[in-house]
Design a protein around this ligand. Structure first.
Ligand code: KIV
Length: 315
């Protein structure tokens, strides 16, 4: 398994929360993929266990997306997600990912109010979770904020096209950039984010031809979701591609597994075995010495103990 290609490009040593020393992916490694013309795959992660699985599989970038509002917390949109919730989940992902670059979404209205607010909340995110970068939605309107964040040392992943925090503005018009004005606006937004210092840009639900055009014009990696094959990288929501989220499967996702169906079957087996006394068996329980049990019973059966504990004995 390689991270960022040859060992020479693998990033610096990183001392994590538990004081382990490990090699982990940096934003420079992410740039190196594009420089080598090598496409990479990224995924969302929301907890320790899934982060461990993806990290072990060599996924270089894990996004703690505010999509957790839907797939983990059951909201209709990402709008209700709070900074505290993002911090809670990001801490878990960071504990599970020893090598992948962990990027955390800054949620709705935690960075749009002012540059100061963005600095404060991005700072909280990095300091309290150990993640290495944040993602913010928006193009030119957010570029000054991105610039300031990068200046103070916060790597930023941009996100344009369909930006889920504005779901109520977009309504059903999810694909962005189909007409001349919108298409041009997206190119300008992407260039503005690059100029502001973003280390990569997510392009969501943009026509594939336009996405290819943007990827060709940007020096930094363009990470597509529902934007075709010509992006420099692809990102998908964990629950969509592994078949965990049953409410719907977006057109841009493909199910590489049907984990919910596997769990359904396993739940049926579990309930069946518990209710028919097959599980747990002796193999799954600890045992004790019979003499000790006899002693305990004799002690408990004494009159003095029975008076002190009026609970009826069930044998
Ligand atoms: O929140 C999210 O999951 C995202 C994506 C880019 C998938 O923003």
């Amino acid at each position: 398994m390689t991270y960022g290609g040859s060992d020479a490009t693998v990033s610096t040593l990183f001392i994590d929360e538990t004081r382990h020393v490990s090699k982990s992916i940096t934003v420079q490694d992410i740039q190196a993929y594009k420089d080598r013309g090598e496409k990479f795959a990224a995924l969302t992660a929301y907890d320790y266990t899934s982060a461990q699985i993806l990290d072990r599989a060599g996924v270089p970038l894990l996004l703690v997306g505010d999509s957790l509002g839907m797939v983990v917390l059951g909201h209709d949109t990402t709008v209700p997600v709070t900074l505290d919730e993002m911090i809670h989940h990001t801490r878990a992902v960071v504990r599970g990912a020893t090598r992948s670059l962990v990027v955390a979404d800054l949620p709705f209205l935690s960075y749009q109010i002012s540059v100061e607010q963005a600095l404060e909340n991005a700072g909280r995110m990095l300091q309290q979770t150990g993640c290495r970068a944040v993602k913010v939605e928006g193009g030119r309107e957010i570029a000054a904020t991105v610039k300031r964040l990068v200046q103070v040392g916060v790597p930023v992943l941009g996100h344009i096209g369909y930006t889920p925090q504005s779901a109520h503005v977009f309504g059903r018009n999810r694909v962005q950039g189909r007409d001349f004005d919108q298409g041009l606006a997206l190119v300008r937004d992407a260039l503005a984010l690059e100029a502001a210092g973003a280390f990569a840009v997510v392009l969501e639900l943009v026509p594939r031809q336009l996405a290819g055009e943007i990827a060709a014009r940007l020096r930094i990696p363009v990470v597509g979701i529902g934007s075709g094959a010509e992006c420099d990288a692809e990102i998908q929501v964990f629950h969509d591609v592994f078949g965990l989220y049953q409410d719907f499967c977006p057109r841009h996702a493909k199910r590489f597994a049907n984990v919910a169906a596997t769990i359904d079957n396993a739940v049926r087996d579990y309930v069946g075995e518990v209710t028919t006394h097959v599980f747990p068996s002796e193999a799954q329980a600890a045992a004790m010495d019979t003499d000790t049990l006899v002693q305990i019973r004799a002690y408990l059966d004494q009159d003095s103990f029975q008076t002190a504990s009026p609970v009826p004995i069930r044998r």
